[in-house]
Design a protein around this ligand. Structure first.
Ligand code: BJW
Length: 229
């Protein structure tokens, strides 16, 4: 049966061939810094300067002209543009490569490096420069409350209602470039079991491999264009 409603989940592996490090691979980000030091609300409360330094460096990296969408991002944008049924791209990535490739129907469930949020007034702002503890909020003017617009461990991922509705309505679920270690995203494949065909596209079998109907293993820049075309 031809699918009508598609949900695509992506993770760091889809951006690896664009030059951005993954988290849990050898040489991944979590081999260089401890999660507890940079990716929890407690870390930010304890040492905001350290957390800012980690995200400032990554924000600067996505502005590097050498970092650009690859063939996998472009293929998903092409699918979005031509797919007549429902489609939602749910990315765990905080880079902006899907948006720069042209994907429109998408949710960045773990937030975006290119945005900052004020803890005082909760306004969310597009953000290019470095953040510091002295950065004033452009909306309320308070200093000390600006943080990366990123979902840290223990925080609720963004737009879960929209994601839940798309998962309920989909008849094809495709997971690309994610190790399947982080929830709730790692649980999506189980949520759609029974009403959607499930396909994994990853460099290697993920932690959730056994839950998928089918898996293809290799680099995203080969597997994703092959799947889309
Ligand atoms: C390639 C490739 C190539 C490489 N081609 N492929 C116990 C049980 C269950 C849950 C929990 C638990 N204890 C705590 C929790 C909850 C916790 C959690 O899941 N912890 C686990 C570690 C156990 N989750 C949370 O706290 C989340 N919030 C939450 O649960 O709220 C409550 C809630 C309940 C119910 C419903 C809704 C909400 C928040 C999670 C926040 C994650 N944040 C991070 C960092 C912030 C963003 C950033 O700084 O960038 O998000 S962690 C990091 O992991 C990042 C990523 O988005 C995320 C996923 O990583 P990803 O993308 O899978 O990367 P890797 O490196 O792991 O994998 C890359 C894959 O690509 C590999 O498989 C490679 O093989 C492959 N690959 N090259 C194709 N060329």
């Amino acid at each position: 049966m031809t699918p009508r409603n598609i949900v695509i989940l992506t993770g760091a592996g889809i951006s690896a061939e664009s030059g951005l490090a993954t988290f849990r691979d050898k040489d991944g980000l979590w081999s260089k810094v401890r999660i507890e030091d940079v990716a929890t609300p407690e870390a930010f409360a304890r040492d905001p300067a350290r957390v800012h330094a980690f995200y400032n460096a990554r924000r600067a990296q996505i502005r590097d002209p050498a970092i650009a969408p690859n063939a996998a991002h472009l293929a998903l944008a092409e699918l979005d543009a031509r797919w007549p049924g429902e489609l939602l791209l749910v990315t765990q990535n905080v880079d902006d490569l899907h948006a720069r490739a042209g994907s429109r129907r998408m949710v960045a469930m773990h937030g975006e490096l290119a945005k900052a949020r004020c803890l005082e007034c909760e306004a969310v702002h597009p953000w290019v420069e470095d953040l510091s503890t002295a950065t004033p909020c452009p909306a309320c003017g308070k200093t000390g409350g600006m943080r990366p617009h990123i979902v840290w461990f223990g925080e609720m991922p963004m737009q879960m209602d929209r994601i839940g509705a798309a998962l309920e309505a989909c008849d094809l679920f495709v997971s690309i470039g994610t190790s399947g270690n982080v929830y709730p995203a790692a649980g999506f494949v189980a949520e759609v079991a029974g009403h959607a065909r499930t396909l994994e596209l990853n460099l290697e079998p993920s932690a959730g491999r056994s839950r998928f109907d089918e898996a293809r293993h290799g680099p995203a820049t080969r597997l994703v264009p092959d799947f889309v075309r």
